[in-house]
Ligand binder design. Sequence first.
Ligand SMILES: [Zn+2]
Length: 47
Amino acid sequence: MRDVEPNQDRETAYECFECGNIVLAADSPDKCPDCGGAMRNRHIPLE
Ligand SMILES: [Zn+2]
């Protein structure tokens, strides 16, 4: 588990898995507003 960093209480970029749309939001969006696809937080590295 990763703790949320102290300075991250503002907008974070989320990227759509399906179409690559970038959404800035304070809270994780459930779905892409464009295509309804799953969103992922771009600040979490995929290792
Ligand atoms: Zn999308």
